[in-house]
Structure formats: C-alpha cells, structure tokens
Write a protein that binds this ligand. Structure first.
Ligand code: ZN
Length: 302
C-alpha cells in the first residue's frame, strides 16, 4: 500500500551517551553498536572527535573505531567540530562519513564549539572538503535550527541561508537539529520544506530531542514535509553538555513503531530494538525514557 521508506540514523553511541556522567565502557559501546546493526541499523554515529576534556564520554573515540565490526553495508559516522577532529576521524581508517556541525546561533556556537554561527559554517565547509579529499562522504547538521538555549528564537531565513551556503561544499545531506527540543510540527514542516527547496537535490535529515514532548510529532511533520532521514537514539537517551536542559533524542524504537504502523518502512526490527532497550537499561541501571519498550507488544506478533 505504502512504499515510502525513511532512513534511520542511529545516534545512541554518540548523542545518546555523551551526556552520561558515568563513563560507559568501550566494550559496552561496541556491544550497543553491534546490537544496533543486528536490529538493522545501517548508518550509525559511533563517536565524536572532540576534546576529551570537554566531553570525557567521547575520550575513547579511537578505541571505539578500532573495535567496530567490519561491515561493508554499514556507514559509520564520526562527528567533528573542526579540522583537527576531521583528521582524527580520518586517521582511524574506520569512519566512512564525517558529520560536521554548523550552529544557527552565536550563543550555542560559542558554547558548544568556540565558533560564531558564521565561523561554524566556514569550518563545516572545510570539514566537508577535507572528508571528500580523503575519499569519505560528509554531511552537516545545523544545530539549534529551531531555537537556541542562549539566544532564543532563531530566524527561519537564517537557517535556510546557512543550508544554501553549506550545500555548496558538496555534503551528501544536510540535517536540521532541534538541539534543545523546542520545535513544534508547524515550524518543522515550514523549515524542512524551505530548506529542502533551497538545497535540492541534496536530501534533508532531521534530529529531534524530546525535551518538551513534541519529538514524535516533529518527526511525523518532517517526514510529511519530505525529510528522508531521521536521527534517533535507542532508549531515547541523549542530551548536550553545552545546551542546558536538553533531554534525550527521540527514541529509535518509538519512531520505528510509529512509522511502521503508518506503513512507512525503516529496515529496522522493532523486537530487536526493544530487546536492546532492555539490555541498555541494564547497562545504565535505570529505566530509559523511550515508551514502546515499556508497553505491551502490539500487535502481539510483530
Ligand atoms: Zn542531539
């Protein structure tokens, strides 16, 4: 009936874990990545290559990369904020795709990566160029695209102009991130439509945090507006160390349940995701925010 397909990008090993105070063992990160692959994940953000003093949870980025399963059918993404990070990611020999971050506001840009919004656009273009020169693909996410914890409202025209400028560098995709979970579906529909038109044929990916409970509604609005890929985190873990009040990413299993029931394919296995949620809750020693894994299975035989 419906042949639509949405590509899921699993961000739990990076965005999901980066805000956790207790250091997660490298072996547990690798187990999470293997379980995600077994559940059908084919694009995974495995680490960020940032200063370990700023984000201690990512200090083992190289060790994680060294332990990644060798899979030709899986794209491993390394998040980088500057050329030094890009060099580190490329030097691992295991990162297939660089993920750059341009920030739509000066407040979060300076707090998160020591760059004004304009500087972050230029650095992101340089990162994309260095990735392409090294034979990798590269994409970029516009952080705080729907609002900034420091500067407040972010004009939509500014995000569209940033996307247009970033598209000149040749990214395989441009992401729109609601870093602090303030977006609403109407805003999402407008921005995905406007950015999509500005960068076509480059596809739009979306990244939502469920801080105020609008995460799933925003995913739906984005899919309806033509976004082709969705970032999500198993268990709904997540947060940003430099964005006060940021809560978890939309949960992979919740997004997959919603899309599947609506007739939209993701290639992910819901039962395997729920099992991974329960395993991860054991590792983290707490119940995770995702909802589907806490509810009875419906229909009973998935
Ligand atoms: Zn995020």
């Amino acid at each position: 009936m419906c042949t639509k397909h949405i590509e899921m990008v699993e961000v739990s090993p990076r965005d999901g874990l980066q805000n956790e105070k207790a250091q997660i063992a490298t072996a547990d990160k690798l187990a999470l990545i293997s379980r995600a692959i077994d559940a059908g994940a084919r694009r995974i953000e495995v680490a960020s290559f940032v200063n370990p003093r700023a984000v201690p949870q990512m200090a083992d980025a190289e060790a994680v990369c060294a332990g990644l399963p060798h899979r030709d059918d899986v794209t491993y993404i390394g998040l980088v904020m500057n050329l030094r990070g890009a060099d580190r990611a490329i030097a691992t020999g295991r990162i297939d795709q660089l993920g750059a971050v341009a920030v739509a506001s000066d407040g979060l840009g300076v707090a998160n990566q020591g760059q004004t919004s304009e500087e972050s656009v230029q650095v992101s273009k340089d990162i994309i160029a260095s990735g392409i020169a090294a034979g990798k693909s590269a994409q970029v996410t516009i952080a705080a695209a729907f609002g900034c914890p420091y500067d407040g409202e972010v004009p939509e025209e500014r995000v569209v102009a940033m996307a247009r400028s970033l598209s000149e560098a040749g990214p395989v995709e441009i992401g729109l991130a609601d870093t602090i979970g303030v977006a609403n579906p109407a805003h999402v529909a407008r921005l995905v439509t406007a950015v999509g038109a500005a960068i076509a044929p480059i596809p739009v990916r979306v990244h939502f945090h469920n801080t105020r409970g609008t995460g799933l509604a925003n995913v739906w609005a984005a899919v309806e507006a033509g976004a082709s890929a969705v970032d999500a985190s198993i268990g709904g873990l997540g947060g940003c160390p430099f964005a006060p009040g940021a809560a978890g990413n939309v949960a992979t299993e919740d997004v997959v349940y919603m899309l599947k029931r609506a007739g939209i394919g993701t290639g992910l296995d819901l039962i395997a995701l729920i099992e991974t949620n329960h395993w991860l809750a054991g590792v983290m020693d707490r119940k995770l925010p995702a909802m589907v894994a806490q509810a009875p299975l419906f229909p009973k035989v998935a």
